[in-house]
Design a protein around this ligand. Structure first.
Ligand SMILES: [Zn+2]
Length: 408
């Protein structure tokens, strides 16, 4: 019997997770290590236990669900994604990759198949980085790209540490985070862009990712009164931040279609109605398909910051705290994904991932690849995020066929 994805079962599982942390507009809000995230993890774990998968958890909360193979000496074929969301999350980002993996396990059970290599399904902690930055924290610590102790000490906007959130949510596992000797890694994900839908593509083979630089900015001016202080004497950090936000947008517009940039977070002090602001913190990123392009965007950003700082007499501190990519995924694995999609008569094309993904951290550890399914109208990080049941099932089927090939 050829293992086959059950499209309805996959859809119902995704909708089952979407019931947890629902937003009024029909999306999901499950910030990392909140009670909602913990509840989604518990439901997922229950489904895995019903399949008798062996469950392990590490100290940063990453979940590993293992299905033994016939060869105990073989490295596992691993796959998965993340169950956490952004505040305005949809139902599919990350969730699809985890539950497509679960559906792979279920379909193997249905078909009575035991693979040669063991299989491991993974839910990474805090992929989104909305509550605790940086993003991809679980896979980052797993890959020794970040020390566990540094990650545990990071705080959210309310001062709660990752360590505390792990304890409170019951997600601090006993394992020391470290690579698990995988034979390879696969991640299925929604595209989160409009390219595949427009091109009529069913399966995107992600050949690489953009190069991205993340910046935390602090603009320091001087507190004063909104009334008496003459305009020319103000050192207004919020007005300077407004210029920065628009400058970031201009840099991105000049770099399209290969470049993108956003200012996406702001914190203002004293944020009082009678005060000229004196401290404004911003987060922004620049990204490009080509690292030289990213560096050019960064130069433009730094030049603009210097110009704004001198003209407005404010200080601007720049912390370039994270760099992602560019990652080139494993070409042999990509070829297997492409072949499996073609065998199913699906339209395939190569893609570059514009968003960050856990696979970027895993790629240096073992051969890694990603596959995309289309996102309707390219909408994502939005309650309207949508992929059809059929689009999702096709992606899960290609994942299943690929896992079977790789695990023997
Ligand atoms: Zn994601």
């Amino acid at each position: 019997m050829i293992p086959t994805i059950d499209a309805d079962r996959l859809w119902q599982s995704i909708m089952g997770i979407a019931e947890i942390g629902p937003t009024p507009e029909g999306g999901s809000c499950r910030l990392a290590l909140t009670p909602e995230d913990a509840a989604a993890r518990a439901r997922f774990l229950g489904w895995c236990e019903a399949l008798h998968l062996h469950s392990e958890q590490d100290a940063i909360g990453n979940m590993f669900l293992r299905r033994e193979g016939t060869d105990p000496n073989s490295g596992a074929v691993a796959f998965g994604s993340h169950l956490d969301t952004v505040p305005t999350g949809g139902r599919f980002d990350g969730v699809f990759g985890v539950l497509a993996g679960l559906e792979v396990m279920r379909a193997m059970d249905d078909a009575g198949i035991r693979t040669h290599a063991p299989l491991e399904l993974v839910n990474w902690t805090n992929e989104e980085g909305s509550r605790f930055r940086p993003a991809m924290m679980g896979s980052r610590v797993h890959a020794a790209n970040m020390e566990l102790e540094s990650a545990l000490a990071i705080t959210d906007d309310r001062g709660i540490t990752v360590a505390q959130a792990l304890r409170d949510s019951g997600q601090a596992g006993p394992l020391a985070p470290s690579p698990r000797g995988w034979r390879c890694w696969l991640e299925a994900h929604i595209e989160q862009g409009p390219v595949m839908e427009a091109a009529g593509t069913d399966i995107g083979v992600v050949v690489g990712t953009m190069h991205a630089r993340y910046f935390q900015l602090a603009v320091t001016g001087e507190p004063s009164h909104v009334g008496p202080t003459e305009m020319g004497r103000r050192r207004d950090s919020l007005a300077a931040a407004a210029e920065i936000i628009l400058a970031v947008e201009h840099i991105a517009l000049a770099a399209e279609p290969r470049g993108r940039a956003s200012a996406s977070w702001i914190e203002n002090h004293p944020n009082a109605r009678g005060n000229v602001s004196h401290l404004t913190r911003l987060h922004c990123d620049v990204r490009h398909t080509d690292p030289d392009g990213t560096m050019g965007m960064e130069r433009a950003l730094r030049d603009t910051l210097a110009e704004i700082a001198s003209r407005r007499q404010v200080r601007i501190d720049v912390d370039p705290y994270a760099t992602f990519g560019p990652i080139v995924f494993d070409t042999a694995l990509g070829a297997v994904l492409r072949k499996k999609a073609q065998d199913r008569q699906l339209a395939v094309s190569d893609m570059i991932a514009a968003a960050g993904h856990d696979s970027m951290l895993i790629a240096p550890l073992c051969p890694s690849a990603m596959l995309f399914v289309p996102s309707v109208a390219g909408i994502t990080h939005n309650p309207k995020e949508y992929s059809t049941k059929e689009q999702l099932a096709r992606g899960a089927q290609v994942l299943l066929d690929t896992v079977l090939e790789l695990a023997g």
